[in-house]
Design a protein. Structure first.
Length: 763
């Protein structure tokens, strides 16, 4: 089934303010209806998770959304009368109105035309129930394109080897999708190499028949014929290159999207430590792409015809065919021998290039800090070290390539000399003609020409191989949303969360200790409850919030919400219900509006303006000539630290989360800004559960309960007044000269059980 069709650009593609009212995405609603029909119920957020949706769902994204839900889908172009009944229900694409569901059709008993039907459809914008429309109404709304849907076969391990196989390799399976282009290119290669014989036979006949007999009529006849063959050969070369370029472009778009989606989906605990090395790892896809270009594949497609040319040499020159037949294995042997040192050198070069890229990205991102502390020399020294290593391995690979190329060129020249010497003796013996000798030399050159490119292919192959091994590791990394796992559709959550014996440790390098950051955490937050988490620096407060936000997964224990293990809930639904604002407010290049709406581009203008007022960003926008479109640089350049925190908070509030996790939300604000922020936050989070990590006493006015964390453990948990009184008592006791110097003491808060309170009270 065809999957490519032109579509209208969505509203999000246009640089205009958000629409004044929310427009129903009937295509997304239709996709959701189909998923429910087949028992794959998903929320809209789960269906579009990871898709570049910037407004209304497009037909191509609808196919991807259905694939996310575990369904097979394809786009067909067909009139309504000929749509297959056995594949209903299906999604119909309508003119400027998204989609609808076609349930079935029956002949119109009142119509004279036998091609007139009555169609049973579900129109999402009217109701979720079926209505019947006439042939005329169908013709007016139907675009002629429909999405056919069927459940995808599931792997059942009981069937053993008979079970359906999982999807193939990410690269090979994508290239296989465009096999028809490569098949046509292979046919073109046959034509090119067969037609190449025409000029060789032309030369032989001219020397053997035309020149001795001065047959000028024959000369012109042969010349016209070979000219026609050369034209066809040139056309075949162009068509082959065009087919390979088209296939490469299509595969490049799919693979590039696949790799970037994988990079964004990797679980945080498995993310590479160096952002620069990670970016270089993705950039190495260019090596794989370059190897699959038309020039490389064209050279590879010519290799099988080497034996054809050798066979023709035997037919024309007899024993002369042994010369290329003996030299070709020597050329191949040189190409094989060079593979091992090249592979080792390319791996080293890839590693050193990644380290150099890591230094570059780290330096550019921290340029202000480097200038402030005078650290330029340190980073310059690291850059020069890795640059020298990378240059050395690059030089070594070029030297190996040049050596092999020189040996191959020598063997090709030796082949020509040998052919001429042996050919002269054969001519003297009357076993060969002058024309046959010249044709043999031409054929031998044509036979070894593709082999002369093998050395260049070997270098590109080793680059692509090293890059592919790196990308395979990337594609094998665990992701947030496992495609083989069926999640529960929970578009609405209460905001309640419970942690049971949760432990967590950040991944450590090999052979390095991996101390736990959280240990045996037992904590319950009720819907609408407001809780503060206090503790010393490094006690695990921020990590606890990240685990609650499911940015990281516990290594032990479980988390529950509304009686369900959170791992059973689709991550897209969880992140809609849980807002997280970290210490570092990371902003992206673009405008204020784009940064606030980055996760909810379909939000209306009213929703957008609401969060601006709640966070006070409306005043920031009012002071700038471009208003809500005020430009923001990378890393939030152009805004103060406090303003960045407000943007980060506005992002979370835009989704109206049921549980809001705040990590030092006012650390970059002055006293006045903080007071305004707290006043806005009280109104913005009415009815929502709020968990705030802070060292600032003013934020405690928001909460009714305090949890104290120390050394990765909950050491106190209870009402705010009791916890504060306990902490104040501890501080007073620590200040008294007669008090012992013990770091902790036992207190009773809430249930009658001993709780260790940190010696240093959290601010």
């Amino acid at each position: 089934m065809a999957t490519d069709m032109p579509v209208h650009s969505s509203m999000a593609d246009q640089a205009v303010p958000a629409p004044p009212t929310r427009i129903q995405d009937t295509l997304l609603q239709s996709v959701s209806w189909i998923c429910d029909h087949y028992g794959f119920g998903k929320s809209p957020e789960a269906l579009t998770a990871g898709l570049p949706k910037g407004g209304l769902l497009s037909p191509s994204l609808a196919l991807a959304a259905l694939s996310n839900a575990g369904l097979s889908a394809g786009l067909i172009e067909r009139n309504a009368q000929s749509l297959p009944n056995q594949l209903m229900p299906m999604v119909l694409l309508r003119h400027e109105q998204g989609g609808c569901i076609l349930l079935g059709r029956r002949r119109d008993p009142q119509a004279d035309d036998k091609r007139s039907f009555l169609y049973q459809v579900v129109l999402p914008e009217i109701s979720g129930e079926a209505v019947e429309v006439s042939q005329l109404e169908m013709d007016q709304m139907y675009t002629g394109f429909a999405v056919l849907v069927k459940p995808r076969a599931k792997v059942d391990t009981r069937a053993g080897e008979q079970a359906p196989q999982a999807a193939g390799h990410w690269l090979l399976s994508t290239l296989w999708r465009y096999r028809r282009y490569y098949r046509s290119a292979a046919i073109g290669a046959v034509l090119i190499n067969v037609l190449a014989l025409s000029s060789i036979f032309f030369t032989m006949n001219v020397y053997d028949r035309v020149v001795p007999n001065q047959a000028f009529v024959t000369l012109w006849s042969l010349g016209i014929g070979v000219a026609v063959a050369m034209v066809f050969e040139a056309v075949a070369r162009y068509v082959r290159a065009h087919l390979l370029d088209v296939a490469g472009k299509k595969a490049d778009l799919v693979l590039g999207t696949m790799l970037f989606r994988q990079a964004l989906s990797i679980q945080m605990e498995h993310k590479p430590a160096s952002s620069g090395s990670f970016a270089n790892q993705l950039r190495e896809f260019e090596s794989v792409r370059d190897f699959a270009t038309s020039a490389t594949l064209a050279a590879i497609s010519d290799l099988p015809f080497v034996l054809m040319f050798v066979g023709v040499i035997f037919a024309i020159g007899g024993p002369l065919g042994w010369v290329p037949l003996l030299l070709i294995p020597l050329i191949l042997l040189v190409s094989v021998i060079i593979q091992w040192p090249l592979a080792r050198t390319m791996k080293e070069n890839l590693r050193e290039s990644s380290l150099k890229q890591g230094v570059l990205v780290e330096s550019v991102e921290g340029l202000e800090t480097l200038k402030a502390v005078g650290g330029e020399a340190y980073m310059q020294r690291r850059w020069e070290t890795f640059s020298a290593l990378s240059a050395a391995t690059s030089l070594k690979s070029r030297q190996l390539s040049s050596l092999a190329t020189g040996v191959v060129a020598f063997l090709q020249q030796l082949q020509t000399v040998a052919l001429i010497i042996i050919g002269v003796y054969l001519i003297d013996a009357g076993d060969l003609t002058m024309g046959a000798l010249i044709a043999t030399v031409m054929l031998a050159g044509r036979a070894t020409a593709p082999l002369g490119q093998v050395i260049g292919l070997a270098v590109r192959f080793q680059q692509a191989k090293a890059a592919l091994q790196s990308l395979n590791k990337l594609m094998a990394m665990p992701v947030d949303r496992d495609s083989d796992r069926e999640y529960l559709a929970k578009p609405t959550l209460s905001g309640q969360i419970a942690l049971k014996n949760v432990a967590f440790a950040y991944p450590a390098p090999p052979m390095q200790p991996n101390p736990p950051v959280l240990q045996g955490i037992n904590l319950s937050i009720q819907a609408g409850e407001r809780v503060a988490i206090l503790g010393r620096i490094g006690s695990g407060k921020s990590t606890l919030l990240r685990v609650m936000a499911r940015l990281y997964s516990p290594v032990e224990g479980q988390m529950f919400t509304d009686g369900l293990d959170v791992n059973q809930i689709d991550p897209a639904d969880w992140r809609k219900a849980v807002g997280y604002v970290g210490q570092d407010a990371r902003l992206f290049y673009g405008s204020l509006r784009e940064n606030v709406m980055i996760g909810r581009p379909e939000s209306t203008a009213e929703e957008f303006l609401r969060v601006l007022r709640l966070t006070g960003l409306d005043r920031v926008a009012a002071r700038h000539p471009q208003g809500i479109n005020l430009p923001i640089g990378e890393m939030g350049e152009g805004l103060s630290g406090g303003q960045r925190q407000l943007v980060s908070l506005a992002r979370s509030l835009l989704a109206r989360p049921k549980l809001l996790l705040l990590d030092e939300p006012t650390s970059a604000m002055d006293t006045q800004s903080e007071a305004q922020f707290l006043e806005h936050l009280k109104h913005a989070t009415e009815g929502q559960a709020v968990v705030v990590v802070t060292h600032r006493p003013s934020l405690l006015a928001l909460v009714e309960r305090i949890v104290v964390v120390d050394d990765g453990k909950v050491v106190a948990d209870g009402p705010k007044d009791k916890i504060l009184a306990s902490l104040a008592g501890k501080s007073a006791n620590s200040a008294a000269p007669a008090q012992p110097t013990a770091r902790t003491q036992k207190v009773r808060v809430g249930p009658p059980r001993p709780v260790a309170v940190p010696g240093e009270a959290a601010q």
